[in-house]
Design a protein around this ligand. Structure first.
Ligand SMILES: Nc1ncnc2c1ncn2[C@@H]1O[C@H](COP(=O)(O)OP(=O)(O)OP(=O)(O)O)[C@@H](O)[C@H]1O
Ligand SMILES: [Mg+2]
Length: 263
């Protein structure tokens, strides 16, 4: 289980003031940017939990803290009861931009996490090849990222994240840049992978329908500085198919989330 306790983070930006001093210089004044305000949440093993919040509220900052890329001002992050605050290497993190390296083939991109962990390349390749087939990317393993469609690139980036083989996957708006049709296909695809391997997923989105379709639970964040505004359990039965999007139950939950987000 991942537990986040009272995470708080403030950024400081040095900005030049418009007013010049008598000497003509423009003094720098620190701009205080409170970004996360006392965020607490939990993700159980095998759960799919979404973080839903407006753009710029601090969602990526939360992931940067959980992954240890940055440190909080206050609060703690626990994994299976162990304090991992500020430590790297405990979670697999798929960044908001897919960041496939253009000079590496799809196969080489996919084994990156394993390479960093020191797994021999041959073994890493074998492992990646098995999953590449399952992700419908086998025909592309020796191609470079630029020949892939947006959806394929996201599948490859997700595969790399899974192959890093950590207990928890952090996915930061993985489908944010895709068109509605591809996005919907990716949702069904992700659900089939998730129901097979049951990884623990923490998923960032600002798309209400996406959060409802995919998640067991949703945390709604407020605008910046982000606070947890609401926590919702999505009791829609699984497996979920596209037609659930027009069911009465789904529409009621969507109304509720819209109200909470925009209140
Ligand atoms: N390294 C940093 N230094 C200073 N300010 C930062 C830094 N990282 C983020 N911020 C600020 O923190 C706030 C939250 O940014 P963040 O990227 O976490 O938002 P987000 O919810 O992920 O937004 P989006 O939905 O657009 O991706 C923004 O005001 C941003 O400018
Ligand atoms: Mg972000």
């Amino acid at each position: 289980m991942l537990e986040i306790h009272n995470l708080t983070k403030t950024y400081y930006l040095n900005t030049k003031t418009a007013e010049r001093t008598d000497e003509g210089a423009m003094p720098e004044t620190p701009t205080v940017l409170p970004t996360l305000d006392d965020i607490s949440l939990q993700v159980k093993r095998g759960e799919f939990v979404s973080i839903l919040g407006p753009s710029g509220c601090g969602k990526t900052t939360l992931f940067n803290l959980i992954s240890g890329l940055e440190k909080p001002d206050r609060g703690a992050i626990l994994l299976e009861g162990k304090d991992i605050t500020g430590e790297r290497g405990h979670v697999s993190y798929m960044l908001q931009k897919d960041l496939l390296f253009p000079w590496r083939t799809i196969l080489e991109n996919c084994i990156l996490g394993m390479e960093i962990q020191g797994i021999p390349r041959k073994k890493a390749r074998e492992k990646a090849r098995t999953l590449l087939a399952e992700f419908n990317l086998a025909a592309y393993e020796d191609r470079y990222p630029h020949v892939l469609s947006g959806g394929m690139r996201q599948r490859a980036a997700f595969l790399r994240t899974m192959l890093a083989n950590k207990e928890i996957l952090l996915l930061d708006e993985p489908f944010g840049a895709l068109d509605a049709y591809t996005k919907s296909e990716m949702h069904e695809w992700l659900m089939s992978i998730w129901s097979k391997y049951h990884p623990t997923i923490l998923f960032i989105t600002h798309d209400i329908e996406e959060a409802l379709f995919l998640s067991d639970r949703i945390y709604v964040l407020s605008a910046c500085p982000a606070k947890v505004k609401y926590s919702l359990t999505v009791a829609l039965p699984r497996p979920r198919k596209r037609h659930v999007l027009v069911s009465e139950e789904f529409i009621q939950l969507k109304k509720l989330l819209l109200q909470i987000l925009f209140e």
